[in-house]
Design a protein around this ligand. Structure first.
Ligand code: HMG
Ligand code: MG
Length: 317
């Protein structure tokens, strides 16, 4: 149900005028799906997201196909997606864990890649089969080669706020790995709350610790999963700190196959609704985005977990 004029725009002081949404639905969202999503459906999903005005859309991962079978079609998908969105101003970053992944991505012309580190030993082992430092050593040549090829590199950092095996993650531990990723040459970081346990004060504390180390806030993005319903409040805390890059997943799809307690990401529609109310520009057409998530929910055979998608579409679903 769409109600004309809502949400009412009431800008809040000291918030950024514009936010770049880093859309992860096609990667973080689909990597955890039980059913196999056909390559053509994934490609059309990305095209529809681009039509809705998203300009950074993570397309897939060049990881070991046995580790993430759902994204095993990266070689077929990436060229298809690139062709489908070639008329639109869209960046298509992809995940690469190692040099083998980078080779695969570069061979297909990818010009934005992301490595994905962990703030904890347990998740480094579970997700990358490496200790934390071994994982960083694995990324070093990836980042160096990518930079030499003029490829933009994002550095993800998982478990920044809590870990299912280790519990609370001390802020200095997170800061250490952030600095290591930036020293390596990453252009930007994405601070991941993989299992959704962060709360706004914790977000503020981590961002403060990072900016106190002279890390520019412009290099920091936030990546919240919504397990405990905190993703939007955590995003608001990050905006108050000056963060302008927010990761979100259309329809709230998502999870991580190597962290059982990871549920869906912050839904892009919920984010856009809040930002619209705050008068913050995203360039996204909410109606088209909701229609895309409804379309994808039909393909996946279950309703979208996004509250905003449900509210705006329940007559159609
Ligand atoms: P490994 O088993 O230690 O691999 O896995 P290895 O280096 O020992 O190599 C074993 C074999 O795999 C070799 O083949 C390699 O060539 C091959 P063989 O010689 O035996 O025939 N191989 C590859 N094949 C294709 N593509 C590759 C590749 N690499 C090696 N890239 C590895 C190590 C890193 C590969 C594995 O652990 C892996 O693929 N992990 C990916 C896990 C993943 O994708 N997780 C989800 C993304 S992270 C996430 O969702 C969190 C995030 O959203 C932020 C947040 O929420 O916190 C980003
Ligand atoms: Mg994630």
């Amino acid at each position: 149900m769409t109600v004309q004029g809502l949400p009412m725009t009431v800008p809040a002081a000291d918030l950024p005028a514009r936010v770049r949404i880093h859309e992860v639905g096609a990667r973080d969202g689909l990597q955890n799906e039980k059913s196999t999503v056909p390559t053509e459906v994934k490609a059309e999903f990305v095209r529809r997201l681009a039509d809705a005005g998203l300009t950074t859309i993570e397309a897939t991962s060049f990881v070991h196909p046995k580790w993430v079978p759902q994204l095993a079609d990266a070689e077929q998908l990436f060229p298809l997606v690139s062709e489908l969105v070639s008329d639109l101003p869209v960046a298509l970053p992809v995940l690469v864990p190692n040099e083998r992944g980078l080779d695969r991505a570069l061979a297909l012309g990818a010009n934005r890649v992301a490595v994905f580190a962990s703030a904890t030993e347990s998740f480094a082992k579970a997700n990358l089969n490496r200790t934390l430092d071994e994982a960083l050593a694995m990324f070093e040549p990836v980042v160096a080669r990518a930079k030499a090829e003029d490829v933009h590199v994002r550095g993800y950092l998982s478990m920044c706020f809590g870990d299912p095996w280790e519990g609370a993650v001390p802020v200095p531990q997170v800061v250490r790995v952030c600095k290591a990723l930036l020293d390596m040459g990453c252009d930007e970081l994405s601070l991941g709350d993989t299992i959704g346990v962060a709360t706004p004060g914790h977000v503020r504390a981590l961002l403060t610790a990072l900016t106190e180390q002279d890390i520019p806030v412009g290099t920091l993005g936030v990546h919240f999963h919504d397990t405990y319903g905190q993703a939007l409040s955590n995003t608001f805390a990050a905006l108050q700190h000056g963060v302008t890059t927010v990761d979100a997943s259309a329809g709230g799809l998502g999870g991580c196959p190597y962290a059982k307690s990871a549920t869906g990401n912050l839904a892009t529609e919920d984010l856009v609704w809040m930002l619209r109310g705050l008068g913050i520009d995203t360039g996204v057409d909410l109606g088209r985005l909701v229609a895309t998530s409804v379309w994808m929910a039909d393909r996946l055979g279950r309703p979208s977990p996004s509250r905003t998608v449900r509210a705006l579409s329940h007559q159609e679903q």
